[in-house]
Design a protein. Structure first.
Length: 153
């Protein structure tokens, strides 16, 4: 006989599997990454805090300033803050230009999703995906979870 606690664990596991499967159904751009989107209601100070933390974590994975980042932004404050943070870490950033073909280019996409009073931030490249939950205020943002890291082969 199942206990109520076991039923909860089974339901939670089923929900996680469903979310994982549905996350693969998001629309993608030509590079196979999710299209970059961020809610416009995030304040510039909060966007700066989110972008600064996530770019520092990205630099740990791909090396600081070792690549040109191709960024397809939206018009949100996060998109602008992300570009500034990338440049602050020494990355060259291109948004719509072509490169000479010899330059190592890392395509970067981002998604910010409001969830249960927090925001979930995800940065994706072809080789690595980072995610983290944050508590956001008008004056900044604070990490509310550990960093999630997925490496692609």
């Amino acid at each position: 006989m199942r206990t109520p606690g076991l039923r909860f664990v089974f339901s939670l596991a089923s929900a996680c599997i469903l979310v994982t499967l549905l996350s693969g159904c998001q629309s993608t751009d030509t590079d196979g990454l999710a299209a970059s989107t961020a809610p416009v209601e995030i304040s510039p100070p909060a966007a700066g805090a989110l972008a600064g933390d996530m770019v520092s974590r990205l630099a740990e994975q791909i090396g600081p300033g070792k690549a040109t980042i191709a960024l397809k932004q939206d018009s949100s404050s996060f998109g602008q803050a992300l570009e500034a943070a990338l440049k602050g870490w020494g990355y060259a950033v291109i948004t719509d230009q072509k490169t000479d073909g010899e330059t190592k280019v890392v395509t970067l996409a981002y998604v910010i999703t409001p969830f249960d009073g927090q925001v979930l931030v995800r940065l994706s490249t072809n080789s690595v995906e980072l995610g983290r939950a944050y508590t956001v205020t008008a004056n900044g943002a604070t990490a509310a979870s550990a960093l999630s890291l997925m490496r692609r082969p």
